[in-house]
Structures are given as C-alpha cells and as structure tokens.
Design a protein around this ligand. Structure first.
Ligand code: AMP
Ligand code: ZN
Length: 114
C-alpha cells in the first residue's frame, strides 16, 4: 500500500468509487471521465506503478484475476464486444501510477487508437 496513491485509497475505501466488483485480488470501478458508455477500471489490490513492475513482481494469482475480472466485466457490459487497455508510461498517456486495466464497451471502438 502506498499512502498517497489515489488507487490505493480506493482499495482502502479512503475515497469513494462506483464499484462494480471487489475481491482479494482486484477492485473494479467506473472511470470518473468515461471514454465510452461503459468505462470501468480494474486494479490489483497490491500496489504496482505499472504493468512491467507488476509482472516483474511475480503476482501470478493477481494477474490471472485481473484478466478474468476484465473479461467478466467486458462480457457483462459489452455483449457486442469490448476492449481492454493498459497504458504504461508517458507515450501511452498513463496518468495514474497504480496499474489499471481500462474496460471499454457500449459503442464501436475505432482502431488504431489515438
Ligand atoms: P491512465 O491515463 O491510463 O493512467 O488512466 C487513468 C484513469 O483514471 C483516467 O481514465 C481517469 O479518468 C481515471 N480516474 C482518475 N481518478 C479517478 C477516480 N478518483 N475515480 C475513477 N477514475 C479515476
Ligand atoms: Zn497504489
């Protein structure tokens, strides 16, 4: 846990989020600034700045759950399709430095992304 991390505060329930799922490994909640009719963030309960750090730490059970939770939410909110995105670093536009997977659904999604 990181005292000043925004998403650790959501894990601790120090700040509120519109949660859709919570268990030992992950918390999922609606994005404050949605980019699609459904825009849910799935975060590990353990703090890692980004995907490569999380993967290097060997969080196998949490990594498995992050993916399965993203798929569950995608299927639930995007019966016609959904997209899972993880941004890492400046070029990708990462703005919160606690790993999160975006689950986007509810409209046709353009490709390639911007
Ligand atoms: P990224 O740019 O990939 O780091 O994504 C960070 C996401 O977190 C953005 O889509 C923000 O809209 C979202 N966000 C920031 N603060 C909050 C919050 N308190 N609750 C929900 N979503 C948030
Ligand atoms: Zn954190």
């Amino acid at each position: 846990m990181h005292e000043d991390c925004l998403f650790c505060k959501i894990v601790r329930k120090d700040i509120n989020a519109k949660e859709v799922l919570r268990d030992e490994h992950v918390v999922a909640f609606h994005d404050l600034n949605p980019q699609a009719p459904t825009h849910v963030l799935v975060i590990p309960t353990v703090h890692a700045e980004h995907l490569s750090e999380f993967a290097a730490q060997g969080n196998a059970a949490a990594a498995d759950r992050l993916l399965s939770a993203a798929a569950e939410i995608g299927k639930q909110f995007g019966p016609n399709g959904y997209r899972v995105v993880i941004n890492e670093g400046r070029d990708a536009g990462q703005s919160v430095f606690h790993l999160h997977a975006h689950v986007l659904a509810g409209r046709p999604l353009g490709w390639p992304p911007g």
